[in-house]
Design a protein around this ligand. Structure first.
Ligand code: ZN
Length: 111
């Protein structure tokens, strides 16, 4: 695989995505993002969806731990917010730089 190929459209092969647009394309259960070259929808694949789910589960466990372990409410809330924000960022960074795009499989989205 050549460098940058994860930003190629899975429909037409054009390099029509960049880290930002790829991160915003979402996962398999999203509507994806339209390719500039062919107009069809692309999204991040199954690995991205699984990684997102795992990251959020870990963040949720972190949130629950902070809630019960830390007595200082303000600190606990700050750490809980940090967990959610961190999970969100990790997911976006993963989507932006790892794993190729795939075709949107939702059949309720017209392409
Ligand atoms: Zn395309």
């Amino acid at each position: 695989m050549s460098k940058g190929s994860i930003y190629n459209c899975p429909h037409c092969g054009a390099k029509s995505f960049n880290p930002v647009t790829k991160a915003m394309a979402g996962g398999l259960n999203s509507k994806g993002r339209v390719c500039k070259a062919c107009g069809r929808r692309c999204c991040n694949g199954q690995v991205s969806t699984v990684v997102n789910a795992v990251v959020y589960v870990i963040a949720l466990i972190g949130v629950i731990c902070f809630y019960f372990v830390i007595d200082n409410n303000l600190l606990a809330y700050a750490l809980m917010a940090g967990c959610i924000l961190g999970a969100f960022l990790i997911c976006k960074i993963f989507d932006a730089f790892f794993m190729p795009l795939t075709k949107v499989i939702r059949n309720d989205v017209s392409s």
